[in-house]
Design a protein around this ligand. Structure first.
Ligand SMILES: [Cu+2]
Length: 312
């Protein structure tokens, strides 16, 4: 009786929650605009890692569906052909070598088929050969700290925007927006170094295909390359204490030019081109520093390339 009552109360509670959400236009509106409401698929991939993770996931869905249908078919056959009425005198067979070899070997083959792309993907998302910049992330109870080691002294803390301070006109989202979003350039291989200062946290941004534990005393790293400008959200994904749910991650992905403007506005510096750098970055950099006379700025084909890359 008590259990039933609890069930009824829970059902009504859910229904009430649903109604409140529907009847609060701003909540519903916000949810629809950000495709969060009743959204059950993965967020759109915004990095090559996320794209590959989704492809791998889709492949697994095909395999799992095939296995499930096959087992269902076997069950149906057993139920129809070997029930008491259809098969009154059961066979006494207890061994079948061929069958036993098959049902051992086939799953192994299937696992190998899954393991090969799985390991490929693991190594792909693990690190990038040639990172173009580094972001250092530190998890605290209960906020994130960010540092840009190659861009001067930029470092800041990023706290969640409290409910009462949410500014919907700025597109801020409850539980996801932060006071200091991370700003990163698109189309750059960005190495992410992740650690924590107190307890375990985990830095996760689904659209970028990143989830990495932040461990005190240990530096984990991963990477991504953001393919689309925009705002990406993530959350701490390792239970870290009472405000675990209130330390979101907000990334603003912008063009290289906007990123450089932001760096300078933060009092940071732009990295010197390394000696190994090709003419590309050298010419770009010296122009930014005003070293090159006006007449030289317009034309080099490399320049045109760089610009069109930036616009994509
Ligand atoms: Cu945490």
């Amino acid at each position: 009786m008590v259990i039933m009552l609890k069930k009824i109360i829970a059902t009504f509670g859910l229904a009430a929650l649903f109604t409140v959400t529907l009847m609060n236009p701003s909540l519903a509106q916000e949810a629809v605009e950000n495709s969060l409401f009743w959204d059950y698929l993965m967020q759109d991939a915004a990095s090559p890692s996320a794209e590959r993770i989704h492809e791998f996931h889709n492949m697994l869905v095909y395999i799992i569906t095939g296995i499930t249908l096959f087992v269902l078919l076997l069950l149906i056959i057993v139920v129809l052909r070997f029930n008491k009425r259809a098969n009154p005198t059961p066979s006494k067979t207890s061994h079948n070598v061929l069958l036993e070899v098959l049902w051992t070997a086939l799953p192994v083959v299937i696992l190998i088929i899954i393991a090969i792309p799985s390991f490929k993907l693991l190594y792909y998302v693990d690190r990038t050969e040639n990172p173009e910049m580094t972001l250092k992330v530190t998890g605290y109870q209960w906020y994130w700290g960010y540092e840009y080691p190659e861009h001067g002294d930029i470092n800041f803390m990023s706290y969640m925007v409290q409910d009462e301070d949410i500014d919907t006109e700025k597109g801020q989202l409850r539980l996801l927006s932060t006071d200091n979003p991370v700003v990163l350039p698109v189309n750059k291989n960005i190495q992410i170094d992740i650690t924590a200062a107190d307890v375990l946290h985990s830095w996760a941004v689904p659209a970028l295909g990143v989830k990495k534990d932040a461990v005190p005393g240990r530096l984990n790293s991963t990477w991504f390359r953001i393919t689309e400008p925009g705002t990406y959200y993530g959350q701490c994904s390792e239970l870290c204490g009472k405000d675990h749910a209130y330390m979101p991650i907000e990334i603003k992905a912008v063009s290289q030019e906007e990123f450089e403007e932001w760096v300078l506005a933060q009092g940071g510096t732009l990295p010197e081109p390394s000696p190994a750098a090709d003419n590309h970055s050298e010419s770009t950099d010296s122009i930014e520093n005003g070293d090159v006379p006006e007449s030289n700025i317009e034309q080099t084909p490399e320049e045109a390339d760089t610009e069109s890359e930036g616009d994509e």
